[in-house]
Ligand binder design. Structure first.
Ligand code: ASP
Ligand code: MG
Length: 403
């Protein structure tokens, strides 16, 4: 008898018909002779609506109470799904994160899982029940309810799968796998049969919405094999696992685009030690994530620094940068929020030189100007004008033979 963890995302449990559909699939899996633990998200855009409700009361809701509120979304899903499974005649029980014993740190709204207790889960499974677990939530050692950051149900599922040493962790969503690019933008995109943890992590961090990046990190750390599938059909999905070099067929595995990018430049920064420290420490203190950083060559004792942040953080980042400008004696600050980031990802890059050059050649051929570049071992990203993003993605997809 195999133990399978299944996670169903918000769209899969949005409304009674969809909940019943999920119930049927879960029961099928159980009746095929498996033990099943199901992790669910809040229905549809419930979490967004809960946050909006809080914002109607206060522009700055206290994080503890926001967690208390947000955690209710997933509780709706577990109860309704348990009822639907009961209707189909299978023994089932729903459990909150706290009831399972999903222990987290105390960082409200972005808590990290420290430990998942298996006692209750095992007891329920041994009693022959399907166990439904609320995703996205946990509890601190002081019994405070926490949530794991947006999209956190994926991480709950992986953590539960790791703790129970499940055979596989199936992530059911509204797309039937991981694609070489977003098919809505790149019509020639193909579904990948497998992808490595590292590549998936890059794609997830670069704006592919399929999995929460932290869940991929967690899966890699614990060797949990993920299977991304659709809850609306029975197509084969994509396996996320360790992939060795022999199995690798393409140098580039995927193309990603991200519009949630803004670029800030600070001009005539004195060229002396400690300047970057002042600016970037100030940004870090405000929890602003800086992605790319470029410093120009020195001229007359000054240089320019440009960097990118998420567009959501732009207003705050500008404020911080203006303040830092005074402190470090730079002359001016400018920004551009009409940029986007296009990236290519592939573990094959490590052993194949010239991939970055290929990307630049492709963009040049399209007449697309590159503002900034950054690379890691397995990805190259370029900041370009947002209006060219879709065209850049399609051209790169073709250039690297992914069509
Ligand atoms: N309901 C939460 C969210 O919308 C968690 C999740 O869907 O994974 O972010
Ligand atoms: Mg969600």
């Amino acid at each position: 008898m195999a133990l399978i963890v299944q996670k169903y995302g918000g769209t899969s449990v949005d409304g009674p018909e969809r909940v019943k559909n999920v119930a049927r699939r879960v029961v099928e899996t159980k009746r095929a002779g498996n033990q099943v633990v199901v992790v669910v998200s809040a229905p549809g855009d419930t979490t967004d609506k809960l946050i909006a409700m809080a914002k109607e009361i206060t522009s700055n809701p206290p994080a503890r109470e926001l967690d208390m509120l947000m955690a209710t979304g997933e509780q709706m899903s577990i109860a309704l799904l348990a009822m639907a499974i009961q209707e189909l005649g299978e023994p089932v029980i729903s459990l909150t994160g706290a009831q399972v014993g999903i222990l987290t740190d105390g960082v409200h709204t972005k808590a990290r899982i420290l430990e998942v207790s298996c006692d209750r889960l095992r007891r329920e499974l041994d009693a022959g029940r399907i166990v439904i677990v609320a995703g996205f939530q946990g509890v601190t050692c002081d019994n405070e309810i926490t949530t794991l950051g947006r999209g956190g149900s994926d991480t709950t599922a992986v953590a539960v799968a790791a703790a129970l040493k499940a055979e596989v962790c199936q992530i059911y969503t509204d797309v039937d796998g991981v694609y070489t690019a977003d098919p809505r933008i790149v019509p020639g995109a193909r579904k990948l049969a497998t992808i490595s943890y590292d590549e998936m992590l890059e794609l997830a961090s670069l704006g592919a919405q399929v999995l929460q990046p932290r869940s991929v990190e967690f899966a890699k750390l614990h060797g949990v094999v993920l299977e991304v599938r659709s809850s609306f059909n029975y197509h084969e999905g994509t396996l996320v696992k360790e992939v060795n070099d022999m199995e690798r067929q393409m140098v580039v595995t995927g193309v990603a685009g991200d519009r949630n990018v803004a670029r800030i430049a600070i001009y005539d920064v004195p060229d002396r030690p400690g300047i970057a420290k002042v600016l970037f420490e100030a940004l870090a203190r405000e929890s602003i994530n800086v992605d790319m950083i470029v410093q120009s060559a020195m001229r007359d004792g000054v240089n320019d620094i440009a960097f990118t942040v998420a567009r959501d953080d732009l207003a705050k980042a500008l404020e911080v940068t203006q303040k830092a400008k005074e402190e470090i004696g730079a002359t001016s600050v400018a920004y551009d929020d009409k940029v986007a980031k296009v990236s290519i990802v592939g573990a094959g890059m490590i052993t194949n030189p010239g991939v970055a050059a290929g990307m630049f050649a492709c963009l040049a051929e399209e007449g697309i100007n590159i503002h900034m570049i950054s690379t890691s071992e397995i990805k190259v990203s370029c900041i370009i004008d947002e209006e060219h993003l879709a065209r850049a993605m399609r051209a790169l997809h073709k250039w690297f033979g992914l069509d």
